[in-house]
Ligand binder design. Sequence first.
Ligand code: CA
Length: 509
Amino acid sequence: MSAPDNIVIKTSPTDNVGIVSSPSGLEKGAPLPEGIVTTQSIPMGHKVALANINAGDPVVRYGQEIGYAKSLLLAGSWVNETNMEMPKPPDLDDIHFSPHPVPKVEPLTGYTFQGFKNADGTVGTKNVLGITISVQCVAGMTNYITSKIKKELLPLYPNVDDVVTFNHNYGCGIAIDAPAAMIPIRTIRHIAQNPNFGDEVMIVGLGCEKLRPERLLPDISDHSSILYLQDEAFVGFEEMVDGIMALAEKHLKKLNQRKRETCAVSDLVVGMQCGGSDAFSGLTGNPAAGFASDLIVRAGGTVMFSEVTEVRDAIHLLVPRAVNEEVAAALKKEMKWYDDYLRAGQADRSANTSPGNKRGGLSNIVEKALGSIAKSGTSPIVDVVAPGEKIRTKGLNFVATPASDFVCGTLQLAAGMNMHVFITGRGTPYGLSMVPVIKVSSNSKLNDRWFDLIDFNAGPIAFGEKTIEEMGWELFHLILDVASGTKKVSTDKLGLYNDLVLFNPGPLT
Ligand code: CA
């Protein structure tokens, strides 16, 4: 019996392992190309040796060494985390940037979307009343008030999509002058400036907290959008509620005047992220997202990719893509900062890769990182943004964040993201209320099972039914439709939203 086409997928011609693409996996004795036969049953997404790999020899996927055989791995055998050693991470001191002409990006014209233009030049993809808090103490009140606004006020302002409160856990009991405190503080500040809020954010504070609400709005002289519960003008709970409702109504009136207008793709700020990845993520979903990234960049737009621990092992492939020496140095600096952060916590990079990643065929962080960076496409990296900072430059940015989905999403919102693309292989109901999240499935098996939770199936790429290019264009068009409000993503239809979670490397008191 000869091997059917596409029974295993090689990601690069020099690979000595293939990925099992069949949804039911391969039985022992299944024929593979070149007369090889599986020596054991191997699940979907897992690696099979396509040649004998001697003890100590490299296991190669994506044309890169993802591990070293612990003992002889026979052709046809299952290659996984138990039978290979993980390589050391690339030494940052050994990675040198060589100046090069920045590859010319061929402009892409003729594409637009319908968005909400803001006075500061940013563009929203949703029209949302944002409420932020200066301290967690008031969260019970803001939860109460948010549902009251939704019930009583929102129906009166049909152009406003939603009311969203950022109930973070920061604000008091903190070492506010510790250097690392800047990260959560600027994150809260910059989320309030997200384009979808149209500069109409209100702040509810307590009154005695360390993080002064004024500190969250340093550029604004008018502090009429700040309300303190300890304000002596309020006698009792009902008066506080009335005070917040009146403030909300003032902002809703202004937001209701926002109308969608034709906007250039250069107004898009797309955050790329993956979560619950599997071995297909780097074959299908991430490359399709990378192709769409390149299209957005060619059209003058902004794309960010993140997740330091998921690019660390591929940093030698990213540094050469920096536009200049400064950007290359900034990339390495963020890697170094995170190496030190993990070391201080007595953790190392093997702490990334979840049990689900491994069940999905990702043996270690090296293999995961090589697939993860595919979503950055091929564009030059124009800037590096520290955690909680805002994007400064259009084009492809690296925004340094932890890989944890909801922490990364929170920091990408702070960076100014107005559209989110999230690639998953194992499946997650992840969603954000502030921006639409397009969920991309890396394999058709997940898409079939989660038919009402996945927005885009990149699975057909695995079997050659569609090309990365075709699916990249389809995803690009979907991004424009969702940004225009003409298509709704599943998490918006179902109202499935995660909490935002601050990255706080600083001490509590
Ligand atoms: Ca993630």
